[in-house]
Design a protein around this ligand. Structure first.
Ligand code: PAF
Length: 292
């Protein structure tokens, strides 16, 4: 059986990439990091929620040494760096390749994959923080994989090692629920430099959250009339459940890194423009966080 399991090439061995690599390697999959750097393996330490410390050693390959054809690619790079990271691998992807996108937001790979290449999208509610080589799993929650395909043969065995992992034939509603939570919590906590709980507790932020949510629901309802709307309840539940946490966008801003605003509120604004809808609150978030 082990030789039938995939070998993944990984772009982005940050928090999410490391978490995915951890579960995949536990399950017997191979994971090699694509990186212009020394060929020494990446040695990581993963701190699990129960306090256990786990060592993870990931082999590294320079893009120049990639095989002509990549069977399995895991994209976990932060969304603003996707185009740049993909440039190293595009020539190695074809209709026989499978790409697993483990990123925030929507659409970061649009236009970057060859025709026929299979895309599996991941949506996770797990949270990891830290910087290479130390990654702390703050919350090990549900993760959904899916796309326009049936689950691959290895999916069931992966669920034995990846807690709370599920397959969704139609991943879109999961993506949208997460997108709205990210479109509200992330920019507001980043701009005001506050923990997630303030979205629910601070009346001014709550008012802004309400506007952002209403706009997002309007866009999503136009895209799919079956979208249930009323996203604010879900967003406030997430904000309260993660009250003390620093959102990923606040963390990016605190360390002066580019944020993922384009793939989150930027995606909503792009859809709104296409549909002729006004989304001023979301547009304001995009411009405020693009001008870092
Ligand atoms: O991006 C994040 O930080 C998380 O997805 C969330 C849910 C906003 C909680 O911090």
């Amino acid at each position: 059986m082990p030789n039938t399991l995939p070998h993944w090439f990984l772009l982005g061995a940050g928090n999410m990439g490391t978490l995915a690599a951890w579960y995949l390697t536990r399950s017997g999959h191979g994971v090699t990091v694509i990186r212009h750097a020394s060929p020494a393996p990446l040695e990581k330490t993963l701190w699990l929620p129960d306090g256990r410390q786990q060592a993870l050693s990931l082999p590294v390959l320079d893009p120049a040494a990639l095989p002509d054809h990549i069977d399995n690619l895991l994209v976990a790079v932060k969304t603003p760096y996707t185009r740049q990271a993909m440039a190293a691998v595009t020539d190695h992807l074809d209709a026989g390749s499978r790409v697993l996108r483990f990123q925030n937001g929507i659409g970061a790979l649009d236009g970057l994959l060859p025709t026929g290449c299979q895309l599996i999208e991941a949506v996770t509610t797990s949270a990891v923080k830290g910087q290479h080589p130390d990654h702390t799993v703050v919350a090990e929650n549900a993760t959904w994989l899916g796309g326009s395909t049936t689950p691959p043969a290895w999916f069931v065995s992966l669920t034995e090692y990846w807690p709370d992992l599920h397959w969704e034939d139609d991943i879109r509603p999961r993506q949208w629920h997460k997108l709205v939570a990210n479109a509200v919590i992330n920019p507001l906590t980043a701009l005001h430099d506050v923990p997630n709980g303030q979205i629910s507790d601070n009346p001014i932020l709550r008012e802004q959250a309400t506007q952002l949510c209403e706009e997002a629901d309007q866009v999503l309802q136009q895209l799919d009339p079956a979208w249930p709307g009323h996203s604010l309840d879900n967003v406030l539940t997430v904000a309260r459940a993660t009250a003390g946490n620093t959102s990923s966008m606040r963390a990016d801003r605190q360390r002066g890194a580019q944020t993922e605003i384009d793939a989150i509120n930027g995606w909503l604004v792009k859809q709104a423009d296409r549909l002729g809808l006004a989304v001023p609150a979301n547009r304001k978030m995009v411009s405020a966080l693009t001008l870092l």
